[in-house]
Design a protein around this ligand. Structure first.
Ligand SMILES: [Mg+2]
Length: 367
């Protein structure tokens, strides 16, 4: 099933309000859409949201690298996913974010060729109750408590809180949130590499009494030995996020006993192909996984939902990115229900596509 045509689009979607994390502030989701068409007219869709401060890719570099990848993939067999991924990795190192959009389109085509929803193609079942948390960005304690209170009233079953500045300010933030929302709703925190090792250990100990589920990426991504020391000292379980892009990172983290969880994101792993490998390493090491996102639309979240349904070892879900976007350019796919619940139906492939009305306004490339 040869790939006959590949189109790339620069998709820009403003956020409803600026989103502040320890390393940057985001106001606009600058993404790349991949539309892959086979010679028998199957269409595969993919999407990525390059995150410069975490992945080192931008919409511009991803668009450029994407044109190169499109040229080498055109004419290849779309259902030979293994070969297509290996070809991309052989011809271009790194650039996992843009590769994830191609990977997604390949899986969409392969599942459509098999006439199956992607989760069935991956061996899963649509039998899980999946709910997303909702994320509070960094601000003053009062602002953050107000956001958490709003999300609690909207019924979200867990709240994720961005931290990563100073011990004093971060403790004040969590204290304000707990004082406002009470003790019952699960809180998880994410420092986005904002602490050094000593600050991480001191802050995590100070936060112990606020009943925190886990803490994402307390210190710099490359400091694996340091992360292992933080994990050993922390009363709160540690989740690797920026430290785990692909399965090679996952293996290193396991060998160093550096974390309790992996946070898998398709835009870090290079897509589903490698995400499945990360999850397999987690299972072998007796670790559970979370899945997360950057600022993607419901298209990428739909692909991620299929992954969740195929991977029972994924137990935490952070799928809130589309809820922060001011527009929804996606047809079909994942639906947000009451109280943070998320669903997909049994449409074949990823089951979602981009609305042509949105794409016709976008900068486009075709090969
Ligand atoms: Mg994170």
């Amino acid at each position: 099933m040869k790939i006959a045509k590949i189109e790339l689009f620069k998709l820009n979607t403003p956020l409803i309000e600026p989103f502040v994390i320890a390393i940057e502030t985001i106001t606009n989701a600058e993404s790349i859409v991949v539309k892959m068409t086979t010679e028998n007219d199957l269409i595969g869709w993919g999407e990525c949201n390059p995150y410069r401060s975490i992945a080192g890719e931008t919409q511009g570099t991803a668009f450029e690298a994407g044109q190169f990848l499109a040229k080498i993939l055109r004419g290849q067999n779309a259902t030979a996913i293994n070969s297509c991924i290996r070809l991309m990795d052989k011809m271009l190192a790194g650039n996992r974010c843009i590769k994830s959009a191609f990977d997604m389109a390949l899986y969409d085509i392969a599942a459509k060729a098999a006439n199956l929803p992607l989760y069935q193609f991956l061996g899963g079942e649509n039998n899980r109750s999946v709910t997303t948390d909702m994320t509070v960005g960094i601000g003053s304690p009062v602002q953050m408590a107000a956001s958490a209170f709003r999300f609690k009233n909207q019924g979200f079953p867990a709240i994720k809180v961005k931290l990563g500045t100073t011990l004093k300010d971060d403790v004040a933030r969590i204290r304000a949130i707990r004082d406002t929302i009470g003790d019952r709703l699960p809180l998880r925190i994410d420092a986005n590499q904002g602490w050094d090792e000593a600050t991480a250990i001191a802050t995590l100990k100070a936060l112990e009494r606020f009943d925190i589920e886990h803490c994402e990426q307390p210190i710099a991504a490359r400091n694996i030995a340091g992360l292992a020391r933080v994990k050993a000292a922390s009363p709160i379980p540690i989740m690797a996020d920026e430290a785990v892009f692909d399965h090679f990172d996952a293996l290193g983290l396991v060998q160093h006993a550096a974390c309790d969880y992996f946070n898998i994101k398709l835009a870090k792993s290079g897509g589903l192909y490698n995400a499945l490998k990360i999850n397999a390493i987690a299972e072998a090491a007796n670790l559970k996984c979370q899945v997360g996102c950057f600022s993607e639309t419901r298209l990428a979240m739909s692909a991620l939902m299929h992954f969740i349904l195929a991977c029972p070892n994924v137990v935490h879900f952070d799928l809130d990115a589309p809820l922060m976007l001011s527009a929804d350019p996606v047809l079909g796919g994942l639906v947000y229900g009451e109280n943070g619940s998320v669903f997909i139906d049994d449409a074949i492939g990823i089951g979602a596509s981009f609305d042509d009305d949105f794409l016709k306004e976008c900068t486009r490339y075709e090969v």
